[in-house]
Each structure stands twice: as C-alpha cells, then as structure tokens.
Design a binder for this molecule. Structure first.
Ligand SMILES: NC(=O)C1=CN([C@@H]2O[C@H](COP(=O)(O)OP(=O)(O)OC[C@H]3O[C@@H](n4cnc5c(N)ncnc54)[C@H](O)[C@@H]3O)[C@@H](O)[C@H]2O)C=CC1
Ligand SMILES: O=C(O)[C@@H]1CCC=N1
Length: 273
C-alpha cells in the first residue's frame, strides 16, 4: 500500500523481524533520509544511514520520529541513551506491553529537562508486504502533527486504527499483533492434516496456503459477515458441517481462541514495566 502523504524522517532503533518488516515498507514508499541503529542489520540503501549504536550517528541528524522496535526488556538501556541525545522527541514504540508511563519514567530519569512524547503502535509482520494492521494510541500530550506523522508511517505499510485507551493496545496485541502467528499455525495444522489424509506434503501445503489466501481475500474484499461466508461453505448434512461440529464445540475453538487471546493480553500487561 502506498500513501500520498509525505513520510516523516525516522530513527529506527531495532531492525529485527518487526522493525525490518516496517522498514521494507517505508523504503518502498520513499522514506526521506533516515537512520537505523542495529548491529545485526547488514546494509541500508543511500541516503539512509545504518549505524551500530547511537554514538555513531551524525551529530546533525534530527529525525521527526524515533521508532522503538527492540524487545520490551531491552528498552531501558535504549531510552537512557536516547534521552541524553534527544531531549525533545516524538517516540513511536511498537514494543508489546511497555506502558507510556514506564517509558516516560526511564526517559526523564536518564537526563534533565527532557520532554518526550510517546505514541504506541502495535503493528504486525504483514507490514512487510504493505498488508499490515496497526493499532495506535497517543499520550494526551501528543500534538495532531505528531499523531499524523505516526499514522502516516503505519499507513504506509497497511491499515491503521486508533484506540481510545492505552489498555486497548494490549487487546490489539492479542488480536492483530500476535494474530498472524495464529493464522500461520492454522496453515501448519491444515498441511499436517492433509498429509494424515494421504496427500503428498507439497500438495497439502499448496491446498492449505491457497485456502487461507483465498479466504483472506474474501474477508478483505467483501463486506459480508464472516459468519455468513462460513455458512455459505456449509451445506446442511455435508462435509463442512461435520468438521465445524468438531471445531465449534464449546470447548474447542470458541474456548481456546478466547483463552489464547486472553493469555496474550495478560502477558502484555506483565511486560508493562
Ligand atoms: N515480531 C512481531 O510480529 C511483532 C513484534 N512487535 C514488537 O517489536 C519489537 C521487536 O520484536 P522483533 O522484531 O520480533 O524482535 P527481533 O529480535 O527480531 O528484533 C529486535 C532487534 O533489536 C536489535 N537490538 C537489540 N538491542 C538493540 C539496541 N540497543 N540498539 C539497537 N538495536 C538493538 C536486535 O539486534 C534485533 O535485530 C518487540 O518489542 C515486539 O514486542 C510488535 C508487533 C509484532
Ligand atoms: O510475541 C510478541 O511479544 C510480539 C508482540 C506481538 C507479536 N509479537
């Protein structure tokens, strides 16, 4: 997905699976001169700058937005060095769980006279193909321009929704942040079941992947409720009804999906810091 809005310049701290997925999308959308800090990233096209640590950044570099994409447990060391270099900054955190209160506390304790503004985003890895889904929450002191900068970054790699409370970002994490993993697990399990039913592995793999792709395309393109799309596949007395009788038993998918999402949300709360 491209965007006609000019993207802000960024300093991306952490370019692993999620940071890298977003960066791929931003580079494809004409990111203005920006910088990335990650020892494990090999290359970055000019005019962007790749450095192993903050101390290696050109002294004059001043990004519009600092994107935090390290593991939540690594955030404190990163924030302490950032606070000493960027007293006033817009920081977009994609870290699961870490609360704005905890991030602000670390920032303000690391240096005097800081005034950071934190915005939280919970993206997902389909961002690498421009098919991401990101939930955003801004601290009350964020300006419309700061929110617009962050929204345009995330819209450059997919869709965005803003939520009203910070707690809702944890729910977003349980649904769409972690959600691609649930779908990939379904692909694995369908492939395995196909092999159990006598199909060659490559055939089972193609069937599983193409089915998830086709069903995903229908969900994406049609306004129809998912329940109606499901009913359209389900002939009375037919094969799907038999399968759904197993999957829709109250102790099967309805229970396990709620429990799985609740477990993810609970873990996000534990990472708040
Ligand atoms: N992987 C996913 O699907 C999603 C991840 N997130 C969040 O994104 C963040 C990163 O997760 P992943 O990309 O999966 O982890 P990752 O381990 O793939 O990436 C983290 C990167 O941070 C780098 N790093 C570590 N310390 C650093 C430092 N001091 N300065 C600069 N770079 C440093 C590492 O070299 C690594 O490349 C996490 O906070 C996670 O909660 C959010 C949404 C989805
Ligand atoms: O597993 C995690 O903690 C991160 C956040 C959402 C997806 N991956």
């Amino acid at each position: 997905m491209s965007t006609s809005t000019r993207l802000p310049s960024i300093l991306l701290v952490g370019c692993g699976k999620m940071g890298g997925a977003m960066l791929d999308g931003w580079l494809a959308c004409g990111l203005p001169p920006s910088a990335v800090i990650d020892r494990h990233r090999d290359t970055l096209p000019a005019p962007h700058v790749l450095v192993p640590s903050l101390g290696d950044l050109p002294a004059s570099f001043q990004p519009d937005v600092i994107v935090l994409a390290v593991k939540p447990q690594k955030a404190d060391a990163v924030l302490e060095t950032l606070a000493r270099r960027f007293a006033r900054a817009t920081l977009l955190s994609v870290m699961a769980g870490r609360s704005i209160a905890s991030l602000s506390r670390v920032y303000s304790q690391a240096a005097t006279d800081t005034a950071p503004v934190f915005i939280r985003a919970m993206p997902n890895t389909p961002s690498t193909l421009g098919a991401g889904m990101t939930g955003l929450y801004a601290s009350p002191d964020a300006t419309p321009e700061q929110k617009q900068h962050c929204d345009s970054l995330m819209r450059a790699v997919g869709q965005t929704v803003w939520v009203d409370t910070e707690q809702q970002i944890d729910a977003v994490t349980g649904i769409s942040g972690s959600g691609p993993a649930y779908v990939f697990l379904l692909a694995e399990l369908l492939e395995k079941a196909g092999v159990e039913q006598g199909l060659p592995q490559a055939t089972a793999r193609t069937l599983a992947r193409a089915t998830l792709y086709g069903a995903g395309q229908m969900l994406h393109s049609l306004p129809t409720d998912a329940a109606e799309l499901r009913r359209n596949v389900t002939s009375p007395g037919g094969t799907t009804a038999e399968a759904l009788g197993v999957l829709m038993a109250s102790d099967a998918w309805p229970a396990s999906t709620s429990q799985a999402v609740a477990a993810a949300v609970r873990r996000a709360g534990e990472l708040a810091g």
